[in-house]
Design a protein around this ligand. Sequence first.
Ligand SMILES: Nc1ncnc2c1ncn2[C@@H]1O[C@H](COP(=O)(O)OP(=O)(O)OP(=O)(O)O)[C@@H](O)[C@H]1O
Ligand SMILES: [Mg+2]
Length: 358
Amino acid sequence: MIRLFRASNFRCLEKVELNFGPKFNLIHGANASGKTSVLEALAYLGRGKSFRGASTANLIRHGEGEFVLFGEVGDGGDGGSSRPVGLRNSRDGLEVRVAGESAPSAAALAEALPLQVIDPEVHNLIAGGPELRRRFLDWIAFHVEHEHLLHWRRFRRALKQRNAALRSRADESLIKSWDAEFIDLAAHLDESRRRVLELSLDGLREHGQALLQTDLGFEYRQGWNSDKDLRAALAEGLERDLQMGSTQSGPHRADLKVSYDERQARKLVSRGQQKLLASAMILAATDTAQVAQGRPLLLLLDDPAAELDRHSIERLMAAVAALGCQVIATSLEEDALDFPEQPAVFHVEQGRVCSAVK
Ligand SMILES: Nc1ncnc2c1ncn2[C@@H]1O[C@H](COP(=O)(O)OP(=O)(O)OP(=O)(O)O)[C@@H](O)[C@H]1O
Ligand SMILES: [Mg+2]
């Protein structure tokens, strides 16, 4: 969780400082006042990248050369320890510091400030392609299993090397020489995704019931023919891989099939239902990670009221409140969201935080 937060020259924010409450926080303001900018800055501090996929050049305030973000983050315990996390990003690159030490990668940010985001694009987790759903599972795995990141990085490298060999039309024996490592790392990824899905399954179903009053189903598709082991699938697909210049079988092609009342969710549910379904998945993932880490995570809600009817907003906010995580939400109106207790309230106007009432 985060208490003190400072941002300078991030999107429309010239210089802001906010002291967040440990539980519920509301940032409200008119359109284009800077609400999403504050949440995006927070998410950037926990990920080292934008949740909207925006480029660094677009995130730096117009006319400036760099943005700087800083937070005091803690584990949520009463009077518990807190440590400074900061980053500076210019067109020359990203510089990260955690607890006074320079950090080699953005993974140190995710470890220091684990967070999830529900924003107006969240329905893409259901409506979009498989990559977001793979990322969803990998996010849980990263926060639950220590070795996941290492395996994932090594797998990506093995995949790149195999693809490069395919494209250079290397000798078949050279391509196959990558296969042993590729298969070994694929097995690690595959197993950890299956484990964390299993671990989250009750929570996924419970949140599905809470938000949509329906049965949700989740089925992991491993990314290659389920009748075969990966070695056989790679051997069988070699001709096709050579033609396409990339590996078509493996966990990088996996998907998570989501069903709603036993029907395929992606094709059948409305946009509002997609948002609720995706939110149910994110809340369940947050819950799994919180339990595994034994500390509250940060949940960022960007305009959660958008596209939801009154009852749906109430159900969503009740489920959010029950999680026990730190919540920072935005909305146009001050009273649009039902928090179970008075949140810390911030009003934003033209990129400035005008008031903080506790
Ligand atoms: N790099 C940048 N430099 C300066 N201003 C920017 C930059 N990027 C975005 N902006 C501006 O920041 C303003 C605030 O955008 P933001 O998305 O934070 O608003 P918001 O309060 O979330 O609005 P809405 O209610 O419409 O979602 C916009 O006017 C936008 O044009
Ligand atoms: Mg916004």
